[in-house]
Design a protein around this ligand. Structure first.
Ligand SMILES: Cc1cc2nc3c(=O)[nH]c(=O)nc-3n(C[C@H](O)[C@H](O)[C@H](O)COP(=O)(O)OP(=O)(O)OC[C@H]3O[C@@H](n4cnc5c(N)ncnc54)[C@H](O)[C@@H]3O)c2cc1C
Length: 453
């Protein structure tokens, strides 16, 4: 079958969905081609027997307004809710969970008193962190890894116990490879502007929002992806439509693996960068080879359900992160039902454990049964669980976490320059400019608007 549309969007994750949403809003004909049997990409929420389990992302960052804004546009504004209190996150050190200092920025304590009281750091570590305002400003403008930046400004304890588990951890990455400027531009800008991160953030300090930094929906983040998909006109989304070839003969011509052909005036690729690399080999070889350089990491999420009386720990926070130096197989754990309302039946507890990432890729060679059992054993040791979980689910996210390594920003700039020579071809989503759901939505919509224009 041969069809023609104004714009073909390839990839039905949140970036592709947002691009299609914007194109429809602007009155364009669009097909969204998704290789699997569902849209959402790494956004996947399962709901069963009173449990609501986010298999991938669970939080929408409020500071970047695109996700909250889209929820409101879709009529989900009244369903948005903040995290439960207390919102404390913990860090594993010496087999114990230590709270992150209240009122910290990205984990860095802004108040000397709060730092002095912290049980997470040793006294030499605290003194070194407190001396950050006296560390001379870097004059060299080359890109640094998150690890190098934090070690230089705050010392090695902050690099080991904050930068590694927290800053690199949320990107499932290796702290010594991920780019500080690509992932935490505010940190780098703070040093450049004020000569000190602590000084800059102390000056900036605004009253913390009563609602905290994150929001979600009662049906999990899946509710947002499902609502975007449901808002598109019937026939827009083509599931099980894996694109195997892309060429250009005036129009772009896309062929699916089942032999369908689609002609489109413009194409937005909202797929992982390595998929874009394959699809663009003929149409845009330079873009293709740059896309092929973007590294990806894999993770696994294990969800575990218990009755409340099986768990001794007060679960007085949102969960914990695990520094590599601690030698635990876990990357992090979330106390989901303490973090969010509506996730577990009354009197029950939902937890998630994370494995793998850029720092422990070989962990994922273990079988599903081994990882599930390991998740339970580790959570049991840290939170005093007796008995077996009521249910467990394991989700593997193989090559789904792009790694914005040192050099990524220059690569994306080179991609933009090369793309400018192929009018009508656009890239969107997490492999390129976007970090997390709000950025993917903003990027998808911006590319949708550009393609419409
Ligand atoms: C475990 C985990 C936890 C996370 N937690 C958070 C969080 O709490 N908050 C947050 O903001 N972000 C979080 N993120 C990041 C965020 O989820 C992603 O940045 C975002 O969802 C990526 O969306 P995307 O559309 O760019 O890519 P994807 O979701 O990867 O979508 C790409 C789509 O392309 C499809 N595709 C691939 N090849 C083809 C082909 N040849 N033809 C057609 N379709 C194809 C895929 O099937 C997929 O549906 C998390 C990520 C992971 C993995």
């Amino acid at each position: 079958m041969v069809e023609r549309v104004d714009v073909a969007v390839v990839g039905g994750g949140i970036a592709g969905l947002s691009a299609a949403y914007e194109l429809v809003k602007q009155g364009r004909s669009v097909h969204l081609l998704e290789s699997t049997g569902r849209t959402g990409g790494v956004i996947l929420t399962e709901r069963f027997d009173g449990w609501t389990v986010d298999a991938g992302p669970d939080s929408l960052l409020v500071q970047k307004p695109a996700a909250i804004g889209l929820c409101r546009e879709l009529g989900l504004g009244d369903r948005l809710h903040p995290t439960r209190t207390p919102r404390t996150s913990f860090v594993l050190r010496g087999g114990r969970l230590h709270p992150l200092v209240e009122g910290s920025f990205l984990g860095f304590p802004l108040s000397a008193t709060a730092l002095a009281r912290s049980s997470l750091f040793s006294w030499p570590g605290k003194i070194r962190m407190g001396l950050e305002p006296f560390v001379p400003k870097r004059t060299d403008d080359t890109e640094e890894s998150i690890g190098a930046f934090v070690r230089r400004r705050f010392g090695s304890e902050a690099a080991d116990y904050l930068a590694d588990p927290l800053l690199a951890g949320i990107h499932a990455g290796d702290v010594n490879r991920l780019s500080a400027r690509a992932l935490f531009p505010r940190l780098v800008a703070a040093e450049a502007k004020s000569g000190s991160v602590l000084k800059a953030f102390r000056q900036l300090r605004t009253a913390p929002s009563g609602d905290g930094a994150f929001m979600s929906l009662p049906g999990g983040t899946g509710e947002l992806a499902e609502a975007v998909a449901a808002s598109l006109p019937p026939g827009t989304i083509r599931l099980n439509a894996s694109i195997r070839a892309l060429r250009r003969e005036g129009d772009f011509i896309l062929e699916t693996t089942d032999g369908n052909v689609l002609h489109a005036g413009a194409v937005i690729l909202a797929v992982p960068a390595y998929v874009a690399a394959t699809l663009l080999a003929g149409v845009a070889p330079e873009v293709s080879s740059l896309c092929g350089e973007v590294r990806y990491a894999s993770t696994a999420t294990v969800a575990l359900g218990y009755t409340r009386d099986q768990v001794r720990h007060p679960l007085n926070g949102t969960g914990f992160v695990v520094p590599k130096i601690e030698g635990s197989p876990l990357l992090a754990g979330t106390w989901v039902s303490a973090k969010w309302p509506h996730r577990a039946p009354d009197g029950h507890v939902l937890m998630r454990a994370f494995f793998g990432g850029g720092r422990d890729p070989r962990r994922l060679e273990q079988s599903d049964a081994e990882l599930t059992s390991l998740a339970h054993t580790e959570m049991a040791a840290l939170t005093g669980i007796t008995g077996d979980p009521i249910f467990s689910r394991l989700y593997r996210w193989t090559n789904r976490s792009p790694q914005f390594d040192v050099g990524h920003l220059a690569r994306v700039e080179a991609i933009e320059r090369a793309l400018a020579r192929v009018p009508g071809l656009l890239l969107a989503g997490s492999g390129f400019r976007a970090i997390g759901i709000p950025d993917c939505i903003a990027d998808g919509r911006a590319m949708g608007a550009r393609a419409a224009a």
